[in-house]
Design a protein around this ligand. Structure first.
Ligand SMILES: [Fe+2]
Ligand SMILES: [Fe+2]
Length: 166
């Protein structure tokens, strides 16, 4: 797995100064804390659905939609911060930006699919819960991976890895 931190120093992402990087890293981590709390809400809504508590589907729909709105904003923030850095990292910069946006659009689509499934009448609740829990697990992993890369002052590994894997 190739991380930007494996690149030579001259190829590493270099925001205009260390304080810029620090500010971006703190903002992303703060966002992630908010996203994790919203993912907790989705998990609680899953348990309420399992226990067939009153209004649990309404609660689930609210939790999924709130997650979508907040995550969409978080992804836009990351794109604003990291696209300019990715562009300058090497000759593949523009492709790295495209990869990041593709990955983010995939995340947007995955949450929207959950929202739509929750809205449809007569939905299979058991399948809805499985889908929601898969989403929660994969989004948590993705945020952990982003934070590991940020702490190494590299780029997001998936973005770099996609490029290395061809
Ligand atoms: Fe991201
Ligand atoms: Fe993120």
């Amino acid at each position: 797995m190739a991380y930007a931190s494996d690149l030579s120093p001259s190829q590493k992402a270099t925001p205009s100064d260390a304080r810029d990087w620090q500010r971006m890293a703190e903002r992303v981590k703060r966002d992630h804390a908010t996203m994790r709390a919203l993912l907790d809400d989705v998990e609680r809504a899953c348990r309420a659905l399992e226990e067939r508590r009153p209004e649990s589907l309404v609660r689930f729909r609210q939790a999924a939609w709130t997650l979508y709105v907040a995550f969409d904003e978080h992804l836009a923030t990351e794109e604003g911060y990291f696209a300019p850095i990715l562009r300058t990292v090497d000759a593949w910069g523009e492709l790295r930006v495209v990869n990041m946006i593709i990955e983010h659009n995939d995340q947007r689509r995955i949450i929207l699919e959950l929202v739509e499934k929750a809205e449809s009448e007569g939905e299979d609740v058991a399948a809805l819960i499985v889908q929601a829990r898969e989403l929660v697990a994969s989004f948590r992993l993705d945020m952990e991976s982003e934070e590991t890369s940020i702490d190494g002052q590299g780029l997001f590994p998936s973005v770099v890895q996609d490029q290395e894997d061809g």
